[in-house]
Write a protein that binds this ligand. Structure first.
Ligand code: KG4
Ligand code: ZN
Length: 342
């Protein structure tokens, strides 16, 4: 009988404000998942400061990798390949992870597998859902991206729709700042909305006749700002929780509507969500309900695997590794890397 060998991947993620490393076995078993978040640091400035992010990554990365290996009870010699996010993201932040991954690959003579950050977010779904396999539709909604993707096979993606302006998470962050909730906006709006009435204010739901799968959130953000300015000018106070809940509803309604349209159009019976916004409790509840109504199986990562982490990069790197993807020591950070590009 042929012996089945395990593939253990050391994965590194540093594209934004989390320095993360993980060890993932066969793409789906997380042996360790260490995340050093810089959120507290960036909160002082109301958002991510790229140069501070890079400096913090370089300070933390070795420690995070050591912890990930120790938790997995493994040495670098037992690792089969190094997976690393090389784009998209903040260039200075990406460079830290990429340089580290290259150094390890070179010193230990291990294969290097560069990963697209969004491919990582999508692959987070494989970790806790052993039955999930392509094809399926995935909504990726994060601070930098809002994409509707048809996952045709492992590593094969067709982008069905995308945002024309702000990403969903970006809208959450901007609106949170405007109503005085601060950074990071998504989790705070999620929390405060629980005390608000989602039908209190009718905010616009952007729909484009010529692009039924695309999104636009900048008009919604402006509508919230106008509403607040209107109240201030009239000397009226506004209800923070009602604004948060009504804004959140407008985002969730559009994300659900477009996603279900894509599921129907592609005739898919599996649908997944991914990215930081996928941890939003109202979005998860609405997606579960919509999928139930359509008899579509719904998948989502646990909230900790929705926001940036390295386990998702390890999951993606495993399938890329199996497909033969290898990068050389000339691998560079690509801040605007397109999904599906090598
Ligand atoms: O995926 P992620 O960690 O980083 C990027 O790749 O951008 O996503 C971060 C984004 C932020 O905009 C954050 O406000 C949003 O995800 N987010 C949320 C929630 N948790 C994080 N948005 C809505 N509700 C949440 N619970
Ligand atoms: Zn992300």
């Amino acid at each position: 009988m042929k012996e089945i060998t395990n593939i253990n991947i050391l994965a590194i993620e540093s594209s934004c404000d989390e320095t993360a490393a993980a060890v993932v076995c066969n793409g789906r078993e997380v042996l360790s998942n260490v995340i050093s978040s810089q959120i507290a640091l960036h909160t002082l400035y109301g958002g991510v400061v790229p140069e501070i992010a890079s400096r913090k990554h370089i300070e933390k990365i070795n420690q995070v990798i050591e912890e990930a290996l120790a938790e997995a009870n493994m040495t670098l010699d037992e690792i089969d390949a190094i997976g690393v996010t090389y784009g998209p993201g903040l260039v200075g932040a990406l460079l830290v992870g990429v340089a580290e991954a290259k150094a390890i690959a070179y010193a230990k003579n291990k294969p290097l597998v560069g990963i697209h950050h969004i491919e990582g977010h999508i692959s987070a779904n494989y970790i806790e859902n052993p039955d999930l396999e392509p094809p399926f539709i995935c909504l990726v909604a994060s601070g930098g991206h809002t994409h509707l993707v048809c996952v045709k096979d492992y590593g094969k993606y067709e982008i069905i729709g995308r945002t024309r302006d702000d990403a969903a998470g970006e809208a959450f962050d901007k609106v949170a700042r405007a109503i005085g909730l601060g950074y990071p906006g998504g989790p705070k709006i999620d929390q405060v909305s629980k005390e608000g009435n989602p039908d209190a204010i009718k905010f616009p739901h952007a729909r484009m006749e010529d692009a039924p799968y695309d999104f636009s959130f900048s008009g919604l953000k402006s509508a919230v700002l106008n509403y607040i300015n209107g109240c201030t000018m009239k000397g009226e106070s506004y209800h923070q929780a009602d604004i948060a809940a009504s804004f959140q509803k407008a985002v969730v309604d559009v994300l659900v509507e477009h996603s279900m349209r894509a599921v129907e159009m592609y005739g898919m019976n599996r649908f997944a969500i991914a990215g930081g916004v996928a941890s939003n409790s109202a979005l998860r509840a609405a997606m579960i309900k919509a999928c139930e109504e359509k008899n579509v199986k719904f998948y989502s990562p646990s909230p900790i695997l929705c926001t940036d982490n390295a386990a998702m990069i390890g999951a993606a790197a495993y399938y890329e590794y199996l497909a033969g993807t290898r990068h050389g020591l000339d691998l560079n950070a690509v801040p605007n890397l397109k999904l599906g590009e090598r």
